[in-house]
Design a protein around this ligand. Structure first.
Ligand code: SAM
Length: 287
């Protein structure tokens, strides 16, 4: 067991400091104080953060710390912390560590018994979740999904069956493709919320079914930053045995439905993973 006190120790400390996700006024008083008082600011992109620090009137030493140099840089930062220095870690926007580098430094600090102090503040997924209208308890945050279709689909199958709200981040130039893949897995009336440009002038929420949103983006190009939220599956997942799933798939195949479509249909009906059903179906037909 490790017991760690954030306050009252005079040694080195790592502060995780959230920064605005688009609206400068969202910097907290405490974040500003820590950024001004820390010995160093470890920033993902010193140029981007330099602009922010200039705007909030903080002039302090920055050290670059991003996913490409984190492995070599972490031991150097640990040495500074061990010598009693304080470091404020920031990312380009929002909470460090949330879909941002930072985790490696947190882990290294914990390993060396260096206190880690987390400051509350803006994060895109929490901002979107509470205005989505979907139940916020429970929710699952996925960060960025893998890009390949074959790796993305199992995530959509999981979200399709989930009784929790699902949240992920997506880049605007990939959004249309992602929505069209979601459409192949979700029922057409599944409710989706897209939270766009949060806290900025063009902030908006696009709420609708997966079919409505895919149709909307056939006419409109996605622009800006997006958080994608999927409503919880409100239909109780019917409990079903493995043999029944295979029997229903076989029945459809016997009726002339292609194997692929039969698996897709049965998986959708019972909210089970298409890939898992595929494996089970094939195992069942090998023996
Ligand atoms: N650390 C950040 C946080 O706490 O939310 C996330 C950083 S991640 C590298 C960047 C992604 O977050 C964007 O591609 C977008 O999906 C989402 N995001 C960040 N700012 C946003 C905003 N203002 N509106 C909507 N989504 C945003």
């Amino acid at each position: 067991m490790q017991r760690q006190s954030s306050f009252g120790t005079n040694g080195g400390k790592l502060y995780l400091v959230p920064t605005p996700i688009g609206n400068l006024a969202d910097i907290t008083l405490r974040a500003k104080t820590i950024l001004a008082q820390a010995d160093y600011i470890a920033a993902e992109d010193t140029r981007t953060s330099g602009i922010l620090l200039e705007k909030i009137g903080v002039h302090n030493k920055m050290i670059s710390f991003h996913k490409y140099n984190s492995q070599e840089r972490a031991p150097e930062l640990i040495k500074l912390l061990q010598s009693g220095k304080t470091i404020a870690e920031i990312s380009d926007a929002g909470m460090p560590v949330i879909s941002d580098p930072g985790y490696i430094l947190v882990q290294a600090c914990l390993k060396h018994d260096i206190p880690v102090v987390s400051l509350p503040g803006p994060s895109a997924f929490a901002t979107a979740l509470i205005a989505s209208g979907f139940d916020a308890q429970p929710f699952t945050y996925y960060g960025f999904l893998p890009r390949k279709e074959s790796e993305q689909l199992p995530f959509f199958e999981q979200m399709s069956a989930a009784s929790a709200t699902s949240i992920f981040y997506e880049a605007p130039h990939r959004l249309k493709k992602t929505l069209s893949r979601m459409k192949t897995v979700f029922k057409p009336d599944r409710q989706i919320v897209l939270a766009r440009e949060l806290t900025k002038i063009h902030e908006e929420y696009l709420r609708g079914t997966i079919s409505e949103l895919t149709a909307y983006f056939e006419e409109n190009e996605p622009r800006g930053e997006f958080v994608v939220l999927v409503s919880p599956n409100s239909e109780p997942v019917q409990s079903v045995s493995e043999s029944q799933l295979i029997a229903e798939t076989t029945e459809l195949v016997n009726q002339g439905v292609s194997k692929k479509d039969a698996i897709k249909r049965v998986a959708k009906t019972y909210g089970v993973s298409k890939n898992e059903l595929y494996d089970r179906y094939h195992q069942g037909h090998e023996s």
